[in-house]
Design a protein around this ligand. Structure first.
Ligand code: ATP
Ligand code: MG
Length: 232
């Protein structure tokens, strides 16, 4: 479904991605794990057209999307739950969700019903300003907003960051549920154990390079993962 090939991305003269390649098949959950500053967000932003890679390619459903403006990439069916669940703080829940339907405006009613069924708590809080939501509710709103465009592929940038354990569990359950309902998932996570438990395959990104990849069951057994990421 998604194929990233030999992607190189710079900020000014500083190179952050050094030839990253990865693939996501339809229906998979694929995790990307790696330390702070490894380039995970930069990789997502390069896929989304928010940062321009200097070379390499991104292909989605058989079509090159690198070089397209970010709205055109969104229209192809890719959406994102940004780092730290960014939402529009001075808009209420409903307004935030409608912003997410921007590229699928005619279908926003069905989309609202779909996300409210996934997140009944958001329906109860429809008129509440986003800035008054709890951290967990805000993250749910960010996820729901990303789903409002009914994407085929959803990118998550550390959705469990800063949340208490119960909420972390809930967020990971939601990610699995979304996949069961037909949305393919590319998941960047710091919570390596949980990510490897719910994903099918994973890539380890260190210093802007993929240094390991494979089935999660194998990665969970690897010495490098156990020492560097699982504290064992
Ligand atoms: N807009 C920017 N301008 C210049 N440098 C940037 C910019 N965004 C990120 N960087 C640098 O690129 C490198 C990779 O950052 P990135 O945010 O992609 O890492 P990350 O893996 O997402 O880290 P974290 O786990 O902390 O979110 C870092 O050294 C960062 O300082
Ligand atoms: Mg990041």
């Amino acid at each position: 479904m998604l194929e990233v090939q030999d992607l190189k991305t710079f900020y000014g003269k500083i190179q952050v991605l050094w030839g990253v390649s990865l693939q996501v098949q339809e229906g998979e959950i694929v995790a990307i794990v790696g330390p702070n500053g490894a380039g995970k967000t930069t990789l997502l932003n390069s896929i989304l057209g928010l940062v321009r890679p200097t070379s390499g390619s991104v292909t989605f459903l058989g079509r090159r999307i690198d070089g397209l403006p970010s709205y055109a990439i969104a229209e192809q069916g890719i959406s994102v739950v940004p780092e730290s669940g960014r939402v529009f703080p001075d808009m209420n829940v409903r307004e935030n969700l409608e912003m997410g339907a921007y590229y699928a405006w005619e279908r926003r009613k069905e989309a609202l019903a779909y996300v409210y069924q996934l997140f009944p708590r958001l329906k109860e809080r429809e008129r509440q300003l986003a800035r008054t939501l709890s951290g967990g509710e805000r993250q749910m709103l960010a996820i729901a907003r990303a789903l409002m465009s009914r994407p085929r592929l959803c990118l998550f940038d550390e959705p469990s960051y800063g949340l208490a354990p119960l909420m972390v569990r809930e967020i990971f359950e939601i990610v699995q549920k979304i996949r069961e309902q037909g949305v393919t998932v590319l998941l960047v996570e710091q919570n390596v154990r949980r990510a490897l438990e719910i994903a099918d395959r994973a890539y380890v990104l260190e210093n802007g390079r993929i240094c390991m990849e494979g089935e999660c069951t194998e990665l969970l057994e690897s010495d490098h993962i156990r020492r560097a990421y699982l504290g064992m």
